[in-house]
Design a protein around this ligand. Structure first.
Ligand code: ZN
Length: 91
């Protein structure tokens, strides 16, 4: 059995799924440097949601806000509403 564990490189939070984890890529280049690629260092890391939120790195519509959005009505809901509307407003 192979078990994959995702661990945040910043706070060591671990979880079994890769969702709600983000790959962070950081590049450093000295300002005013004339040579492309010189003094350039690249860092890759995996961060959890908590660390992403702590550094304000997530889009404004976070997953929590998306989860709170009311789902669209089903076709049954729409038909039921039309029937109730017709019954309450007879011609
Ligand atoms: Zn973290």
């Amino acid at each position: 059995m192979i078990v994959t564990t995702y661990t945040c490189d910043r706070c060591n939070h671990s979880q079994d799924e890769g969702s709600q984890m983000w790959e962070i890529e950081l590049t450093r280049k000295e300002k005013g440097l004339k040579f492309m690629g010189a003094q350039k260092t690249k860092l890759n890391a995996l961060w959890c949601r908590s660390c992403m939120e702590a550094h304000d790195l997530l889009p404004s519509a976070s997953l929590k806000e998306v989860e709170n959005i009311k789902p669209p009505p089903t076709i049954e809901d729409i038909i039921q509403e039309m029937i109730e509307d017709a019954l309450s407003n007879p011609i």
